[in-house]
Design a protein around this ligand. Structure first.
Ligand code: 5GP
Length: 132
């Protein structure tokens, strides 16, 4: 069965997309740890990041770097934290999380924000406009 992220790639379920090319897609996490929390995926459904072919993994990281710069330009933050978990969705993804000042802000088991559709749409539009 296709992963939920493959369904986003196929346009079968909606997502707030922020950047895309032939190989990769970046979209807002639906339950962000911070506003601007973005997921970067290869469009090809590969369950686990360390199963990704070396060349594709390199290009994925370079794409994630460009997305991180766009997130950084869109929200006030000190750093973009980078994380990989993958326990919930078995489709390789990199979390990009704007951080203010504490490592505790990257708490994957902690409380999440519940932004409105309007807030997510505005954030996605801002990141899109800063993507180079
Ligand atoms: P992980 O697999 O890294 O443990 O977590 C998966 C992440 O994907 C979570 O942060 C969760 O909020 C996010 N997520 C799960 N389902 C969806 C979805 O349908 N749309 C979006 N945009 N994010 C999702």
């Amino acid at each position: 069965m296709a992963s939920i992220f493959s369904k986003i790639v196929a346009g079968e379920i909606p997502a707030y997309k922020v950047a895309e090319n032939d190989e990769f897609l970046a979209f807002l996490d639906i339950n962000p740890m911070a506003m601007g929390h973005t997921l970067v995926i290869p469009k090809q459904e590969i369950p686990y990041i360390f199963e990704v072919d070396d060349d594709l993994l390199g290009r994925l990281m370079v794409f994630a770097k460009r997305v991180a710069k766009a997130v950084e330009a869109s929200v006030t933050c000190a750093r973009i934290g980078v994380g990989v978990v993958g326990l919930e969705v078995p489709h390789c993804h990199i979390h990009l999380i704007p951080l203010q000042n504490s490592v505790g802000e990257m708490n994957f088991g902690g409380p999440k924000l519940s932004p409105s559709q309007e807030e997510l749409a505005a954030m996605a539009q801002k990141i899109q406009s800063n993507f180079k």
